[in-house]
Design a binder for this molecule. Structure first.
Ligand SMILES: NC(=O)c1ccc[n+]([C@@H]2O[C@H](COP(=O)([O-])OP(=O)(O)OC[C@H]3O[C@@H](n4cnc5c(N)ncnc54)[C@H](OP(=O)(O)O)[C@@H]3O)[C@@H](O)[C@H]2O)c1
Length: 276
């Protein structure tokens, strides 16, 4: 990998917990940071905070990832603005939601957690793939979760017996499955794709919103994520899943090529329908 000062790094969900901490550390190390958020005001505050605290200015880019058309526009904006992209950190995510909350759908009518946690990150990686290849060595880091649940082929979008925890866990496994598929697509390109569970119940908005008691600090998750973003020891390592800093086994469905094929076909169909 290049020195961080020579890298351009896009972090999604940069106005909240882990993404915000990652952006600060990247800026402190002199990387060119492109911080994504959905709220222009929060993005502006983030840029001011980071510049004040690190002396490094960052770029910002706005998109609501609950609309795949906006994900496409986000990719277009990055392609237009930057000649190189060395790291894409797909960090933005929707958590369990409040206990007992009703099923939510995205602007494209897709179950919200599947749309934001999986489809947005998948589409962004696909759309930025050529720029990453041209910038290689490059990395895609998928901030997933250990809380994975096998997708039901009869009901992958949790239309029956919905609860936010089930929908979240299915979406996070889909994100890990996409990690394996994208890594395979990119073999030989020197663009690596890895997923991780950053830490368990960090003290962030999504954990508090779900009524969970935090058990980890954001710093713990940041250290694990930082390793996949910036540790030269991970050069060339691709298609892996890490629990914190240790390589781990995801839910067995991720290793089932047949399951990955139907989840990918479903994902491609949902993305294509949303972008019509
Ligand atoms: N917290 C944990 O213990 C834990 C454990 C395992 C995995 N993770 C994963 O870690 C990642 C970061 O989560 P976090 O813990 O830092 O939670 P967080 O503080 O709630 O941050 C989530 C981020 O995602 C953004 N986001 C949510 N919906 C979005 C949308 N529709 N469009 C654009 N951005 C959107 C949020 O934007 P706003 O700032 O505008 O709200 C926020 O920046 C997530 O992928 C999460 O699943 C977290």
């Amino acid at each position: 990998m290049r020195p961080l000062e020579e890298q351009t790094v896009l972090v999604t969900g940069a106005t909240g917990g882990l993404g915000r901490a990652l952006v600060r550390r990247l800026a402190a190390h002199g990387a060119q940071v492109v911080a994504h958020g959905r709220d222009p005001k929060r993005l502006e505050e983030l840029a001011l905070d980071v510049e004040r605290d690190t002396g490094t200015s960052i770029d910002t880019v706005q998109a609501d990832l609950a609309d795949l058309r906006e994900v496409g526009r986000l990719a277009d904006a990055v392609l237009e603005e930057y000649d190189a992209l060395h790291v894409l950190v797909n960090n933005a995510g929707v958590g369990f939601g409040s206990p007992g909350a009703a099923r939510e759908v995205s602007a494209n009518g897709i179950e919200l957690r599947f749309a934001v946690n999986h489809l947005a990150s998948y589409l962004l990686a696909l759309r930025l793939g050529d720029l990453l290849r041209a910038s290689a060595p490059a990395r895609v880091v998928q901030v997933a979760s250990a809380g994975q649940l096998a997708l039901d082929p009869e009901d992958p979008l949790t239309e029956e017996g919905y609860d936010g925890v089930t929908a979240y866990r299915r979406a996070k496994l889909a994100q890990v499955m996409a990690t394996y598929d994208l890594a395979a697509d990119l073999v030989g390109s020197d663009v690596t794709v890895n997923a991780l569970h950053p830490a368990t119940f960090m003290d962030t908005t999504m954990v508090r919103e779900a009524g969970q008691q935090p058990v980890s600090t954001v710093e713990e998750g940041l250290d694990a994520t930082w390793r996949l973003v910036a540790d030269p020891a991970l050069d060339g390592v691709s298609g892996r899943y890490f629990d914190g800093v240790h390589e781990a086994q995801p839910d067995p469905q991720a290793d089932d090529p047949g399951a990955r094929a139907w989840v990918r076909a479903l994902s491609d169909r949902l993305v294509a329908d949303a972008l019509v």
